[in-house]
Ligand binder design. Structure first.
Ligand code: TRP
Length: 356
């Protein structure tokens, strides 16, 4: 089908509060898209059903994080008048679509998904893997296809899900001789440094389970403390020693967050990040100085987010109401897609009644 309208859909699993890795990796991108405004519809899906595929016993954890993630979005600047935040478990049509799509995907194909493979390894699943977990890419295809999404802003790790979704579109159209779904494409963040933010400990990924995150909701003193403890360069012992910028967490974060204007404001001896890096590399620049600079930048970003969060927390009911209302509307849209699917498959049994 021709992609005549721009419909954006993206999502997150509600397994923890959002951190600054999410901010650079996805939230900033979403804010830019929201600002641009050249879309018909923009959905952000809180994927609680997907989160349950490896959290069946932890429903409370997932449920509590639904509201936390919704608050994080709104506090970070997602505008509920422009973007529909929706909740996966409240849109039952997605599960029904998934049942039909699963018949078009082989178990072998699911086993080849590199992101799922990696997750299986991390979780130590061998024979204990829930079937729902292996199949979540199919359910993700339903998330995307139910609303006719054409643009899916995601990180690189989600590219296999998009590929799977595109295969399902082709297979559904071929098998049932129809043309229902627009072909969705991934939209990756522009700034390479932002694809994946390292953890404060230097670990390749900022992740809740590794305990190496700076959260959007962290108090100022916690943010500062985490930055002061960040991994830099173990060979940079004295200030006069030459330092390494590569693999240095503070510089990785500066790459992601620092703009030239920050120098004028917080560190006027330099005009840009290249100068700062050059000084650090040749020696004579201490870690405390670069850490305090980073702290100023992050505090400036996080202070308004924290203030907005405090405001939003005063009326959580209103946020639940928004989530449920949006999901109800989304459920109607998904229902229409499902009706078209069943028609293409010949599952529209009402026609037998009409002939009577
Ligand atoms: N798999 C995504 C993640 O782990 C979350 C997600 C669920 C998603 N459904 C989606 C992302 C649809 C994009 C589009 O973060």
């Amino acid at each position: 089908m021709k992609n005549s309208q721009k419909i954006i859909l993206t999502g997150d699993r509600p397994t923890g509060n959002l951190h600054i890795g999410h901010y650079v990796g996805s939230i900033a991108n979403r804010l830019a898209l929201q600002q641009k405004g050249d879309f018909e519809k923009f959905y952000i899906l809180i994927a609680d059903t997907q989160a349950l595929t490896d959290n069946a016993e932890n429903v409370d954890k997932v449920k509590n994080n639904v509201i936390q993630v919704a608050i994080d979005y709104l506090a970070a600047g997602i505008d509920p008048d422009k973007v529909d935040i929706i909740l996966q478990s409240q849109i039952p049509e997605l599960a029904e679509m998934t049942m039909y799509f699963m018949n078009l995907v082989t178990v072998a194909r699911l086993n080849r998904n590199p992101t799922v493979k990696e997750e299986i390894k991390q979780r130590g699943f061998s024979t204990s893997m829930p079937a729902g977990f292996l199949c979540y890419p199919v359910s993700q295809a339903s998330d995307i296809l139910a609303f006719g999404s054409t643009v899916v802003p995601v990180g690189e790790d989600q590219l296999p899900m998009l590929e799977q979704t595109r295969e399902i579109v082709r297979s559904f159209h071929n098998t049932y001789n129809c043309d229902i779904f627009p072909m969705p494409t991934a939209l990756l963040p522009e700034n390479k440094a932002c694809h994946r933010l390292v953890g404060i400990d230097g670990n390749a990924k900022m992740s809740k389970s590794l305990g190496n995150c700076i959260y959007l909701k962290d108090e100022p003193d916690i943010v500062k403390q985490k930055i002061m403890n960040a991994y830099t360069d173990p060979t940079h012992v004295k200030v006069s020693d030459p330092g390494h910028v590569e693999g240095n967490v503070v510089f990785a974060y500066l790459d992601a967050f620092c703009k030239d204007e920050h120098f004028k404001k917080f560190l006027p001896e330099y005009t840009n990040l290249d100068e700062l890096k050059a000084h650090y590399s040749r020696g004579g620049l201490g870690d405390v100085k670069i850490k305090l600079f980073l702290n100023n930048i992050l505090q400036e970003l996080l202070t308004p987010i924290r203030a907005k969060r405090a405001e939003l927390e005063k009326d959580v009911d209103k946020i639940y109401e928004m989530l449920l209302n949006n999901s109800k509307k989304a459920s109607k849209v998904a229902g229409e897609t499902l009706r078209k699917m069943k028609h293409a498959m010949g599952l529209d049994y009402e026609k037998f009644l009409k002939n009577k």
